[in-house]
Ligand binder design. Structure first.
Ligand code: ZN
Length: 525
């Protein structure tokens, strides 16, 4: 099954190499283990660790990073790769082994190109930058972060110079979305901006609250977890393989295929932070848990990219979690846990409330219609900074101007503007676009899934999620990192990432929620 040709030399090479292949896999399994240990440390740091543990944890993370880099650039790994590559060239190019060799070569080549000193400088600047960013955000004063950001940009230019790329931003994108380029992103983001700016202007309700009014009220924190577990279990949450813990900034972490850590945030007066972060992080967690067991302890067992990762979280949080069918299913469950605020709630009211559109200054509170414009702005500014077209000192004005231009929002100050997210603080430039790619991919997958499962709405309405999860397992999860994101999207949906399925989905959702009214054209499909 593994070889495309059946000639004797091929078979001979099959016989010749398994020993080196086994040695390569043994090394990769250890690298995967070190990665899992790093994930566990990160989860602990963000969900469990007492604050005074931070300096020691910094040492642990740096040492682990160094060991990982040494392993990935080890001469023996390079020798084994050289030895198995000619053999792998004769395999079915879609086979696990062919993809394992290809992906390992890519990872090792990327690690080899970046000098260890530069990698260390970038790591240190990340930690220092985060501190400067925290102080600046606290003081609502960009000047306290200005030098750290300028240093990040200088380091990112040196990093980009390690690679043969058309645009320096391509090298940064590739760390989060392998294979993605500035030239491919630009037209997608321009198309989105052109469609969303007038749409937001047409449907925005400036008086809508910043979280859904229907989910505000008395929601005792100690009762929220049980309600969340009851909702998450039929979707795929399994207490034997998943944890759900509180954390100030919710996230999901896959330690192993059968060890997935979800976190959420409980607010006593508002159920929506817990509800929608649990659905979001569960989407991430199901993806982390869904790689084929044959890929376990290889570099292919992890998700394809942050964009594909985000497609899974947005699918459950928004596409499904804010649908009329899902709202109708979850309301009686939530009402049993919280009869006070939800006992007399009407499902249609809940549905409309969780789909309200209100432009705000803060990305993480943004609704689905305005959200991607927050990312468009960050993308435009990052590219301009990397191109030198925008000076660091001009960034605050460019930010405020962009928020007004794209969303009609006046930014009260840098803490609610360009200092709101940790990404630039930590030096993560090129990360933001993956959020929008996730939204686009989610809508594209959903469009395709609905063709395969025409009665999906009816399934959602009765809380039957197995076929939806099974579809994602089959088309996305089980492949892990076998295929680059663009190839995975083509294989699962038939085309490259496109904007139209997202806009169609969004218009149809807004129309459903009674927001399009008579002012806008109907959905294009
Ligand atoms: Zn996410």
């Amino acid at each position: 099954v593994a070889s495309r040709t059946s000639g004797a030399p091929e078979r001979a090479s099959h016989l010749r190499h398994p020993r080196e292949l086994a040695a390569l896999k043994a090394r990769l399994a250890e690298i995967a283990d070190l990665g899992a240990i790093g994930a566990l440390l990160q989860w602990d740091q963000s969900a469990m660790m007492p604050p005074a543990g931070a300096p020691a944890r910094g040492h642990h993370a740096a040492t682990l990073e160094k060991v990982l880099h040494e392993r990935l650039t080890h001469p023996e790994l390079a020798r084994l790769l050289d030895a198995v590559e000619p053999w792998a060239a004769g395999l079915d190019p879609d086979s696990d082994d062919a993809r394992l060799v290809r992906t390992t070569r890519r990872d090792a080549e990327k690690a080899r190109r970046v000098p260890a000193e530069l990698a260390a400088e970038i790591a240190e600047a990340g930690a220092l930058g985060e501190q400067a960013w925290l102080r600046a955000r606290e003081a609502d004063d960009f000047s306290l972060f200005r030098d750290a950001l300028a240093h990040h940009l200088e380091l990112r230019h040196r990093y980009a110079a390690c690679f043969d790329v058309e645009h320096p931003y391509d090298a940064l994108l590739d760390d989060f979305e392998p294979g993605m380029t500035t030239a491919r992103l630009r037209p997608l983001f321009e198309e989105l901006r052109a469609a969303l700016v007038p749409l937001v202007a047409a449907v925005a309700d400036p008086d809508a609250p910043d979280t859904p009014a229907a989910l505000r009220g008395d929601f005792p924190v100690e009762r929220q977890r049980a309600a969340m577990v009851e909702l998450a279990t039929p979707i795929g949450f399994d207490e034997r393989a998943f944890r759900l813990d509180p954390a100030p900034h919710p996230f999901a972490m896959g330690v192993a295929l059968r060890d997935v850590r979800l976190t959420t945030r409980y607010e006593p007066g508002d159920l929506s932070p817990a509800l929608y972060s649990v659905l979001h992080e569960l989407g991430h967690g199901l993806y982390e848990a869904g790689a084929a067991p044959a890929l376990d302890r290889t570099p292919l067992a992890t998700p394809a990219s942050l964009g594909v990762h985000e497609s899974q979280s947005r699918l459950w949080e928004n596409v499904i979690g804010r649908s009329r069918a899902f709202c109708g299913w979850m309301l009686p469950i939530l009402a049993r846990h919280f009869p006070g605020p939800l006992g007399a709630m009407d499902a249609e009211k809940l549905f409309r409330s969780v789909n309200a559109v209100r432009p705000s200054a803060i990305r993480i509170f943004a609704d689905e219609t305005t959200y991607n414009l927050h990312v468009v702005l960050r993308f435009e500014l990052e590219v301009a900074l990397m191109e030198g077209a925008l000076a660091v000192d001009d960034l605050p004005a460019a930010w405020d101007d962009g928020m007004l231009r794209l969303l009609g929002v006046e930014v009260p100050g840098p803490a609610h503007g360009l200092l709101q997210d940790i990404h630039w603080g930590a030096g993560m430039i090129g990360y933001f676009p993956t959020y929008t790619l996730g939204n686009l991919i989610a809508a594209q997958l959903w469009e395709r899934l609905r063709q395969d499962l025409p009665d999906v709405e009816e399934q959602l309405a009765r809380g039957a999620f197995a076929e939806v999860l099974g579809w994602m397992r089959e088309h996305i999860h089980r492949h892990g990192r076998k295929f680059e994101p663009a190839e995975l999207v083509r294989r699962s949906t038939g085309t490259d990432v496109r904007v139209a399925p997202f806009l169609d989905y969004l218009r149809s959702r807004l129309d459903d929620a009674g927001l399009l009214g008579r002012t806008s054209a109907p959905s294009s499909t």
